[in-house]
Design a protein around this ligand. Sequence first.
Ligand code: MSP
Length: 532
Amino acid sequence: MNKRFYITTAIDYVNGQPHLGHAYEKIVADVIARSRRSLGQEVFFLTGLDEHGQKVQQAAIAEGKTPQAYCDQLAADWKAFAKKLELTNDDFVRTTEPRHKQFVQAILSKLHAAGQFYRATYEGFYSTKEETFLTEKDRLPDGTFDPSYGEVIKLKEDNYYFKLRDHQQWLIDYLEANPSFVQPDYRRNEVLGFLKNSTLEDLCISRPVARLNWGIPLPFDEDFVTYVWFDALVNYISIPAAHGDPLLGRGSGVSVPGSGPRSAQPRTPDASSQLQLWPADIHVIGKDILKFHAVFWPIMLKVMDLPLPKQILVHGWWQKDGAKISKSTGNIVDPIAIIDEWGLDGFRFYVLRELDIGPDGNWTDAGFKSRYNAELANGLGNLVNRSLSMLKRYRNGVVPVKPEAGEVAKKVTSLAGQVQAKLELYQLQAALQDIWIIITAANQYVDQTKPFNLAKDPAQSKRLEEVLYNLGETCRVLAVLLRPFLPGTATKIYAQLGLTGIPDKFDAAAWGGLSAGHKIGEPAPLFPRRET
Ligand code: MSP
């Protein structure tokens, strides 16, 4: 059994419809998953929903539904959304599933037995909106709390706490010894700065049922449910465990308890279908949830005796027109509406080309349309359409003999290598830029060689065939390179070239795949031009 490349996204709160930020993160993870497969690796890509906690309970109550009925209904929309984005996820976790809940409880029991938790009374401030306890340190200079915390109440209650403090120095040392653990670097520095300049508070891992009952019951005290973040983070290992990951089986002592006959979920798979997934290769997350992933999660794993994920890849946040995306102010980008109007690949292209993984981004409708028209319609679309149309017109759609490898072959081959190297480093935006260098150069090649003039002169027949071959083959290589980013477009280019199959292996980017005598299919515009 080989370990798979295991990539995860944050699991989204199911308290509304998906927005641009959710879509972006999932597309980034999808491109990485697809490019790894294209590089020849076996991949497991996990995404899903975070269904417990106060936010979801409140949203359900506001709609007059039980939390479970509310989640079931919305989960269907979110799963449909994953399909709409053409995500290639291998599983979709819902934290209300028995396979996840049982695993969380098994871990809680184990850590409780190992003395990792203690019960204590807390008296202080609490933000219901963020489901978090606040201290004097969180007060602003004027004595109030940041408005992002919503209403802050005074509270006195008993809870269970997880001993984080003991591990602070270990985590600092780990982050210093493993610079690639949190990327980009400035996010790693942020975590290190936080750890070096403050004392870690122990983490409250429970909520009293009297105040919140929509959660996983603590197996050792039925008056409490599990804090939503302790529950949610565990999805990254509960799902591998459900797929029989050997590291999460008996050896670690955190195996899923046998699922009873009434369980709706699959029992632990037999050896033939077991997957080796943990540790994750990358957790793709947004900057706001860095502390949970780079502080709480590593410590949780350490006390469970499990290896840490190889990398936490942190992306920035999208704004629209320079302001926060917000349902209440109406400043939103509806990914579904954009996809319905412009097509999925137009949407995938814009978010991946516009925003590198790391900084914050700004969506503007004008920017979207301008990239669509310039780079997709006039750039890629025009190149493929005119290359194939000329091959059709001047050679009846039959691929000429492959010429001696010249400048075009060299340039495309070298850039194709760069694209793959960048994808291995998760530099998606830079890889796209290299692909567009090929596109721009190929369009210039048409303008310079003027096949439409060559076609008028029988003495130039050989030269015309050379140009037509180079253009057709460039389109083919582009389909292979584009596939992780724009899956539908890549498949269309292949079909228009009359090629069967899907260009989903980078090996196929080697120059010279088109063979003489092959008949191409029908050219058709890939990105119809739109008025702006
Ligand atoms: N449920 C938690 C995550 C638990 S992971 C074990 C959560 N959910 S969320 O729905 O609020 O956010 C899900 C992801 O979407 C996060 O990674 C978050 O950073 C990302 N985004 C939410 N809004 C965003 C933007 N405006 N822009 C980019 N990504 C954003 O947090």
